[in-house]
Each structure stands twice: as C-alpha cells, then as structure tokens.
Design a protein around this ligand. Structure first.
Ligand code: UDP
Length: 372
C-alpha cells in the first residue's frame, strides 16, 4: 500500500497553498507515484466558524495592513496564543481529530502557523503516533504561533528564523535550516526570456516588468501603472492581480489609457511562465513571491509589506542587495529606469544567484521521507 502524506494549509494569501503544492510536486519529482498525497484546507474542512476568520485575511491585508500588524504583535505572546488555542478547540479539535483518524496519514506536514498546536493535540487525541512536520513559510521573521514543540521537527529558511524558533521553545535538534519551498516548475522552467516572450506573443526584445501583490493582489498596484504612464516608461508590463477582481476589472477597463503594452491576469497558475518572460518584478514582500523571483533570477522592487510578518523579508532584500525598496509609486518607476541604465541590474542578478535556493522543496521532501 502507498504511504500517505497529508498537507495542512489554509488559503490565507497564496503562499501557504503554493508551499504545499511545491512540496507535493517535489515528492512526485523524486519518487513518482510512490505516495498518496492530499492537501487539506484545515479551516474550510473542519470549522466553518474559524474559516470565517481565515477569509478575512484578504480584505484585511488589502484595506488595513496596519490592523494586521497590530494583531500580529498583539499575538506575539505565549499566554495569548495558549488562550486562543483553548478558545478554538471547541470549534475544530473534534473534527481535526476525526479527519486524522479517517485519512490515516503516515506523516502530516503543516505549512500554516495557526494550526500547529491544534494539530499536535489532535494527533494525540487520535491515539496515533503520526509524525508531524512544520514547514515554515516565513523565511526570516517568524511568528511564535508557528512553533509547536510537540512537532517532530520544523523546517526554516534562514539562520535568523532558526534563532527565533529556538527562542520560541523549539528544541535545537528539531530545527532544520533548508529554505523556502517553491514549486520545482520554477527551476525546471526554460530561462530563455526572448524565446518565452515570443511564444507568448509578447515583444521579445522589449524590457518586461512584472507587477504583482501576492495571492490577493495587494498594494497600490494601479498607482504604479499610472505612474509608468506618467513617466513614459519604455517597457511592457504584465500584471498579476491574483484574487483582486476589482483591480483586474479596473485595469481591463482602462487599458486603452496606457501607451505601453499591458497584459493583466487574475489568479493564475502560470506565475513561473510569466516570471520566465520578465526582466524585473515589482511586488509586495511576500515570501513565496520573493523565493520564486530569486529562482527565476529577477531583481525585485518591494513596494509594500505586512507590518511584522513581512518586515524581515524587506530587510533580507536590502541586506543581500537583491533589489530595492520604495513605497512611493513615483520613486518605484524611477528605480526601474535607473536600474536599466546602470550596471547595478547585473550586480543584483549576481547577488540573487548567491542567495537563491530553487531546490529547497526537493531538500525538504528528503527530510519528510526520513519520517516514513
Ligand atoms: N500566486 C499564484 N497565482 C497568482 C498570484 C499569486 O500562484 O495569480 C502565488 C505566487 O506564485 C506565490 C503565492 O501565490 O507562490 C503568493 O505567496 P506570497 O508568500 O508571496 O504572498 P501571500 O499571498 O501569501 O501574502
């Protein structure tokens, strides 16, 4: 009988789903058809009530990132997290335990911070000794909610993240520094930009800018597009609006106002192909997007970030000199122009090659195999 791997995630943003998918593909890449793998959106599957809160993530980070920051820091407290876990139990624990008993996985892998303590408890209640692995998808700034010392081990992306995991109570021997899991399709993708652009009916020779804001299409993306027009940018622009339908509609409605070639996508599963066509990315500091952009050798301009949660990613971009940071749309477009005209662009690319870990998902898959 095939061994079963169960991935627990929640569709808050796009990063957690992407990480789980990346791990499934990496497992398949290494040992095709040897495992039964399944992804479970835990709150959607186990608790309609808690899922209502999970669904607030998109609107909150779009309209009030400050509020998200306040919640992030308010919850940075062991006692509050314990109280939250206790309060959540009546709404999810029974269902999560039943899910584990029903699915009978050989290993459980979580890629979400808010379910780990509950999962340790549910495994105990299920009467099984299922190994439990946490793969942390915030590679630098790590919230303490991620850490459940009862898990078998956690995978982190950087030394900073390891230090935080230790501080939050994870025993050192249970922490592995591997990297941020990204889909193998990113490292398998052909990196010939001109060819990719030609195949996708874009101008093969024209500098290509990708603009995106995580799974939710967050940030002042439209202002940046308007500023590109204002500054008469000589480039073609691809926008991934993600789940931000109103942004997608607005761009489509106003497309004729812009003199440069502009293409817009809603939520797409072609991010790897679109990155392969692009020369540079303008984005919020989402860990998934940054890791993918690095794998595709794209210099990054960070224009927004979630307080607390993504601040470490911004520092990482600056410290490693793999991109630039500005919240001001005017300055962002000036940076694009500047980068094109100086040798800095090539320098950024060299630094990217140094810090990129495109194969992290494959390395994590090897770690998961050790539990089986
Ligand atoms: N993503 C995607 N399709 C889209 C927009 C985003 O697959 O249309 C993916 C993107 O490739 C990345 C993830 O969603 O893997 C976004 O994760 P990130 O950590 O950057 O930000 P989040 O959305 O979790 O805040």
């Amino acid at each position: 009988m095939k061994k079963r791997i169960l991935y627990l995630y929640s569709d808050t943003g796009g990063g957690h789903r992407s990480a789980a998918t990346a791990l499934m593909r990496a497992v398949d890449h290494l040992r095709k058809d040897m495992f039964e793998q399944e992804m479970i959106d835990v709150f959607a599957a186990c608790s309609g009530f808690l899922n209502m809160f999970a669904k607030l993530y998109g609107p909150v980070i779009q309209y009030s990132p400050q509020m998200w920051g306040q919640l992030y820091y308010w919850l940075d407290d062991e006692k509050k997290l314990e109280a939250l876990e206790k309060m959540s139990r009546p709404f999810i624990l029974k269902e999560l335990t039943a899910l584990i008993q029903g699915k009978m996985p050989d290993v459980i892998v979580s890629v979400h911070p808010m379910i780990n303590r509950l999962t340790v408890r549910a495994i105990k209640q299920s009467g099984k000794k299922t190994p439990f692995v946490i793969v942390i998808t915030d590679p630098v700034t790590l919230h303490r909610a991620w850490i459940a010392p009862g898990a078998d081990f956690v995978v982190v992306g950087t030394h900073e993240a390891k230090e935080l995991a230790l501080k939050y109570g994870m025993p050192e021997e249970k922490i592995k520094i591997v990297g941020m899991p990204i889909d193998p399709k990113f490292f398998l993708e052909d990196k010939d930009k001109e060819k990719a652009r030609k195949m996708d009916k874009l101008d093969p020779k024209l500098f290509t800018v990708l603009l995106m804001g995580g799974g939710e299409g967050a940030g002042k993306l439209y202002d940046i597009i308007e500023e590109m027009e204002e500054q008469k940018i000589k480039a073609q622009l691809i926008v991934i609006a993600g789940r931000n339908k109103s942004l997608e509609r607005k761009i489509k409605r106003n497309k004729n106002k812009f003199s440069f070639p502009l293409r817009v996508y809603g939520f797409t599963d072609q991010v790897h192909e679109i990155m392969a066509e692009s020369d540079l990315i303008i984005t919020k500091a989402g860990p998934g997007t940054i890791a993918e952009a690095l794998a595709m050798n794209l210099p990054i301009i960070i224009t927004s970030w979630l307080p607390g949660q993504e601040e470490g990613n911004v520092e990482f971009v600056v410290r490693e000199n793999i991109g630039r940071v500005s919240k001001d749309p005017k300055k962002v477009v000036e940076i694009v122009k500047e980068l094109r005209e100086t040798t800095e662009f090539e320098e950024l690319k060299k630094n990217i090659a140094r810090v990129s870990r495109p194969q992290a998902a494959v390395d994590i898959a090897h770690e998961i195999f050790r539990c089986l």
